[in-house]
Design a protein around this ligand. Structure first.
Ligand code: DGY
Length: 319
């Protein structure tokens, strides 16, 4: 029987699916394995279901090579995997696109609302027993309808997010390497340069993958272009934003607020952020709905079953 390793706790449905077909070794402790242990456990496996917290670098890939046919990542982003090294060893890498578009776009909206309307700060105020009267100037936030929404990235999640902006009567602009007819048809958004987007937007939401080219895509330069009344939302990957530069921009009032689901050195966070009221902090829960996380597991499991059954998987990311 072919052997599978699941590196960390995932919804049970996918574990059951794989266990019915393969000999499954499962780290169900939800503790991230240290590199040496990961290396030891991938060695004799035909397939590995890994998570975005696993650094599948060339050492791990070399250890798996020979027998292993697939690393199925339980995420749409796959910056945690050295795909080039995997390809050189003939190992297929897959991801879980599509199923998490709504959940991730919805969470970006949750951050946008929370940031614009100071929801978390106001909740703390009530819990602290400070709510003594309605006040005309209490927790004034930013309007959303009629404002300019800047979307970075025109892929599935960016498009889904922008469709929702349309429903709020926002003026949508977007930036991406190429114009996207689909994005424009579905959202009415207008393609602009990166500079125009950062200058014109009242809200900027990031929906690009982490690659060498998008590392610190938002740095001091971009933050300096943003309006003092603007809010930055990041549900993509932490290193897309220079977190130290963001702290400065929030401290100085260069931008009005931020909503962050991802961080540059997760789970470490720039310590100044903890005490700032103008930023909402979430623990990377973009796709965290019951249905989405279950389906992500099933997609990863089906990719493994396909590859080990000699079929091309649906979500191969090797070039
Ligand atoms: C992904 O799938 O890449 C997400 O970050 C998981 O929430």
């Amino acid at each position: 029987m072919k052997k599978i390793f699941i590196t960390r706790k995932i919804p049970q449905k996918a574990v059951d699916f794989l266990s019915e077909r393969f000999d499954v070794e499962y780290n169900d402790s939800d503790i991230m394995l240290p590199k040496e242990e990961l290396i030891g456990r991938v060695k004799d496996k035909d397939g590995v279901l890994c998570l975005l917290t696993d650094n599948i670098d060339s050492d791990v890939i070399s250890a798996a090579s020979g027998k292993c046919r697939i690393f199925a990542n339980y995420a749409v982003g796959y910056n945690n995997i050295d795909v080039k090294a995997a390809s050189s060893k003939g190992i297929i890498v897959t991801n879980t696109p599509g199923v998490l578009d709504d959940a991730t776009a919805d969470l970006a909206w949750a951050l946008l609302f929370a940031g614009a309307r100071r929801v978390v700060e106001a909740d703390r105020y009530v819990r602290d027993g400070k709510f003594d009267s309605w006040k005309a100037t209490l927790f004034l936030g930013m309007d959303i309808s009629g404002k300019t929404m800047g979307v970075v990235g025109s892929g599935r999640i960016g498009t889904n997010f922008a469709k929702k902006a349309k429903a709020f009567g926002m003026d949508i602009i977007y930036t991406s390497r190429h114009r996207s007819e689909r994005f424009e048809e579905e959202t009415g958004g207008r393609h602009v340069s990166k500079e125009e987007l950062f200058r014109e937007s009242d809200f900027v939401s990031l929906h690009i993958p982490l690659t060498e080219g998008t590392m610190h895509y938002v740095s001091e330069r971009e933050l300096d272009m943003m309006k003092n009344s603007s809010v930055l939302i990041n549900t993509a990957r932490g290193p897309v934003v220079d977190e130290k530069a963001l702290v400065k921009a929030l401290q100085s009032g260069q931008i009005w607020g931020a909503g962050l689901d991802v961080f540059e050195n997760e789970p470490q966070i720039e310590k100044e952020l903890y005490s700032m009221d103008n930023v909402v902090l979430l623990p990377h829960i973009g796709s965290a709905t019951v249905g989405t996380r279950e389906e992500m597991g099933m997609i990863a499991a089906r990719n493994i079953a396909d590859v080990l059954g000699g079929k091309a998987p649906e979500n191969c990311v090797n070039p």
